[in-house]
Ligand binder design. Structure first.
Ligand code: NAD
Length: 483
């Protein structure tokens, strides 16, 4: 199977924050991989723009180092790194002052696609939008890419949307949630809407419940201070898990078109029930042998921020009323694993007598080992009557698709190319983000008002014991957190 690479139009991509951690680890190596794949046409250029004093030659060295460290340089033909670096320029710029803007205006070409990646802290988004406009660097076809976090609550998200809307139309704003750029997340839509098999069963009549797990083995590391201001709810649930929930639960859009898809996602968010406090379990990890516990890592022994959250969520619409969605995410857990599991109901009637509790389970693995497993019930082999056993129909994308399945284009590089193509399907719309905060805010405000203290859990475990109870109360169990 050969994947098709369609070159994009010539572009100037300006990366504000071009010397930052995200640029170094993800954006620049990702662009290099696209260059290697032949997707960057001759007229494509990348302009780093950041605060430090640096010239273009020094920036090329910086980019080369980033690629050597994070880029999988071996995948490119010899010599092409030099060709890629020739496309790099650098401008020292101050988002809050005048420095560098005239120089940038001279560099950026008006006759190619102009994309501006805001890979800086959100407090600079409004300044950048304003200065881009004031220096005549934009037209109706220019785009901006905005990193997360998009606000920390509804008022701040609204303010950001307002600031950006003063200078850009919604069709020009690309709010990144890199989860949406993951191959398997897009596969969720392909599985649901490209097969006859699943969609007729995709409702509360046939689905008992759905679990969404995003488990990490790492702790907060050096990001403790930043993380402690957000916590798992703001950092993961409000954006990544919410997006997964939307793709799993939404109605089929009439076509695979940005607004058709985003309209359907928005309807899901608006149909989410308020969550009762006893349907939420929050946790903080304890120290392991090698790493400090959460409170120590963030430097605040009394912090009430959660590094783990599990919750039971309901969706009040015709398709899903009565089917709970259980979400959980956390740090320092047993395994790194992101998985969505659809647990179907038991048969209404078994012709095999008392052998109950056989049910189909569809599991979609986002990472690692992307793939799909469908649990089916068959006869246990051998003589001795009709005994049933559940076995997995297991498909790893890497195995099924050969080299292309293994060659997982990174989410960032896919999304940047979508920006250049002008395709917003995998980006969050302003009203989606606001709706997500409108649902999240009362939950967080409730914890704060009640002064709730998270439970503790052992590093390397599956989370707090109370999370087990959350499902046990409904006579259900979590899937194992396993790689
Ligand atoms: P960073 O602190 O490593 O880099 C910040 C960059 O912004 C630097 O290049 C710096 O020179 C530039 N900068 C700061 N102030 C400036 C100013 N006044 N004018 C011009 N440039 C200025 O940050 P990062 O980790 O690269 O994160 C960038 C953004 O991406 C943040 O919004 C962050 O939340 C988001 N993000 C980062 C990651 C990640 O893995 N690092 C993941 C998801 C989202």
């Amino acid at each position: 199977m050969v994947s098709r690479v369609i070159p994009v139009d010539p572009f100037d991509l300006v990366i504000f924050g071009g010397t930052g951690d995200l640029a170094r680890r993800k954006i620049l190596p990702g662009l290099f991989r696209r260059f290697c794949a032949g997707q960057m046409p001759k007229g494509a250029r990348v302009i780093g723009a950041a605060r430090g004093d640096m010239d273009s030659a020094a920036y090329r060295d910086f980019v080369a180092e980033a690629i050597a460290e994070f880029g999988g340089i071996h995948s490119c033909e010899e010599g092409t790194l030099a060709g890629f670096l020739e496309r790099m320029e650098f401008v020292t710029i101050d988002a809050r002052g005048d420095k560098g803007w005239d120089e940038l205006a001279k560099l950026v070409r008006p006759d190619v696609v102009r994309a501006y990646y805001f890979s800086v802290g959100p407090s600079l988004f409004a300044d950048l939008a304003h200065r881009l406009n004031a220096h005549g660097l934009t037209d109706a076809d220019s785009r901006i890419v905005v990193e997360k976090p998009f606000g920390r609550d509804l008022p701040s998200a609204k303010a950001l949307n307002r600031d950006l809307a003063m200078h850009f139309d919604e069709s020009q704003i690309y709010r990144i949630d890199h989860y949406l750029g993951k191959e398997t997340v897009q596969n969720l839509m392909a599985v649901r809407f490209g097969n006859m098999l699943f969609e007729p069963l995709w409702n509360s009549q046939y689905v008992d419940h759905i679990q969404i797990t995003v488990a990490e083995t790492v702790g907060v590391g050096g990001r403790g201070e930043y993380y402690d201001k957000s916590g798992a709810m703001r950092d993961m649930v409000q954006n990544h898990l919410m997006q997964l929930l939307c793709l799993i639960a939404m109605e089929p859009p009439s076509k695979f078109d940005p607004d058709a898809v985003r309209d359907e996602k928005l309807k899901v968010i608006r149909a989410l029930d308020d969550v009762e406090p006893y349907h939420i379990v929050r946790g903080q990890y304890e120290a392991s042998e090698s790493e400090p516990g959460y409170r120590e890592a963030v430097g605040d022994p009394r912090t009430r921020t959660e590094s783990y959250i599990a919750m039971k969520v309901g969706i009040s619409n015709w398709r899903w009323a009565g089917t709970p969605f259980y979400l959980r995410t956390g740090k320092m857990l047993k395994a790194r694993s992101s998985e969505i599991t659809v647990v179907f109901k038991e048969l209404n009637h078994s012709i095999f007598g008392e052998q109950s509790d056989h049910r189909n389970v569809l599991s979609i693995r986002l990472q690692p080992n992307e793939g799909i497993t469908l649990g089916v019930t068959i006869k246990e082999p051998g003589p001795g009557g009709m005994r049933l056993v559940d076995v997995p129909l297991d498909m790893s994308f890497a195995e099924a698709l050969g080299a292309d399945g293994a060659d997982q284009t990174d989410a960032y590089e896919r999304l940047i190319m979508d920006v250049i193509r002008g395709n917003q399907t995998l980006f969050m719309r302003g009203d989606e983000v606001e709706a997500a905060w409108a649902w999240t805010d009362p939950i967080i405000n409730g914890w704060e008002a009640r002064g709730e203290v998270p439970k503790t859990y052992d590093a390397g475990s599956e989370g707090p014991v109370d999370a087990v109870q959350l499902l046990a109360r409904d006579t259900r169990v979590w899937r194992k957190v396993a790689p």
